[in-house]
Design a protein around this ligand. Sequence first.
Ligand SMILES: [Zn+2]
Length: 246
Amino acid sequence: MRPIEKKHPGDIVRYTDSNNQEIEHTIQTDYKNYGDAKFPLVGNIGLFCSYCEGVEKLHSLEVEHVAAKTKTGSCTAWNNFLLSCKICNTIKGDERINNEYHLPHINNTFYSFIYDDTGRIKVNDKIPALSQKRAQNLLDLAKLQRYPGTQNPPSPKDFRWHSRLETWKIASDWKEKFIDGKITEEDIIAYAKTKGQWSVWFTVFKGVDSVRARLISDFPGTCASCFDANNNYEPIERNPGEEDPV
Ligand SMILES: [Zn+2]
């Protein structure tokens, strides 16, 4: 899951609004109508679901309340917003969120999880036990481990596993083409933005530092400090020294 750096109230974000105007917007502490936070969020972190990493059309992307608005979560606070697809938002529902969950704007959620060539996602067993527990809590909350033929099958509308699997195949194919000199970094980044699934691209392009660097710099809001530029952009602790350093 792509770790993201959310802007703070008072920061400037740029986006194109529904009248095709280029807007320079100062992030507010509160948005009386939370839908008004959508364009600023898109300008900050792109057209991607914060949880399953699918790319979304503007109209189908939802402003997601990290702590559910019917529980303790604020309806209006910028700090309580992420972007989500309808499936992740619906599944997550009214669950109470607290610090028992890894979250992409607080933790290095690329370090939290492992993506594989079957389209599955699982917790990284190399991180500390408490971090593993909190990472698993997020997978359970968003039901991101649903997979056909397992005890945890997807619902008929849930193709998040398929999107990961399909992207893995494409990214692997494109990595070979890139190494053979048939396509450029530009091609890869442009295509990755239309497919989403940042973590799959980043996993597949392990060993190709120039592409990993571009995935970090060209996907808006990616937390660059979550990766070690001197070690093949491998993920590093985001909260060193804390009880959950990931
Ligand atoms: Zn999603």
